[in-house]
Design a protein around this ligand. Structure first.
Ligand SMILES: CC(C)(COP(=O)(O)OP(=O)(O)OC[C@H]1O[C@@H](n2cnc3c(N)ncnc32)[C@H](O)[C@@H]1OP(=O)(O)O)[C@@H](O)C(=O)NCCC(=O)NCCS
Length: 168
């Protein structure tokens, strides 16, 4: 069945929560709080983009994009993630479609750039690169990656929204 990538609707909220729990259950480098992060971002009005992969009767994947703050005052930067695909549907290209569509939408909105925290082997294929100028404190630098949409990469420290501390 064709899988449609589309913005979330209120009817998707519970399914996004459940699929995020399922996707991260056996993942590496997780605090198992990603479902709470999505909910807290939504409640704080900070879900710049929330796309789902809809296979016709089930939401099988999801990606969130939210604004990040840069210490040098640069504007228009966003963070990609959490991104989740149901375990039984991983490896079909759905994560890639969700990420590419989210990045295209961000570019279309005139964003300056996007950052991501995750495995460089995966995120490199979408144009993300670790850059010594742009840092997220207290994480291994190779796991924090960025891409600028035309301009330079700022020299700054990055902060995610406090929703990323949500644990319930
Ligand atoms: C990461 C995730 C979203 C990718 O979705 P997906 O639909 O399986 O990805 P795709 O089918 O588009 O791509 C599959 C490729 O990604 C690779 N990949 C998947 N997860 C990866 C990971 N954590 N690290 C490195 N590579 C990964 C696969 O090995 C495969 O590589 P290949 O194309 O060279 O064979 C999905 O595996 C998932 O939900 N994982 C658990 C949650 C998680 O770790 N999310 C990311 C952190 S926010």
């Amino acid at each position: 069945m064709t899988v449609l990538i589309r913005p979330e609707t209120p009817a998707d909220v519970d399914a996004i929560h459940a699929l995020t729990v399922a996707a991260f259950r056996d993942a590496e480098h997780t605090s198992h709080t990603e479902q709470f992060i999505n909910d807290a971002l939504r409640n704080a009005g900070q879900l710049t983009l929330s796309l789902v992969a809809d296979d016709g009767d089930t939401v099988v994947g999801h990606v969130a994009i939210s604004p990040v703050s840069l210490s040098d005052g640069s504007e228009g930067w966003f963070g990609l993630g959490p991104v989740s695909v149901l375990p039984e549907r991983q490896g079909e290209g759905l994560g890639s479609r969700l990420i590419r569509q989210a990045l295209d939408a961000l570019r279309g909105q005139g964003a300056a750039g996007c950052v991501v925290l995750g495995n460089p082997d995966y995120y490199g294929r979408f144009g993300f690169r670790a850059d010594p100028c742009l840092v997220l404190p207290d994480v291994p630098p190779e796991y924090f990656q960025a891409q600028a949409f035309g301009g330079p990469i700022p020299e700054a420290s990055v902060s995610y929204h406090e929703a990323f501390n949500a644990s319930a």
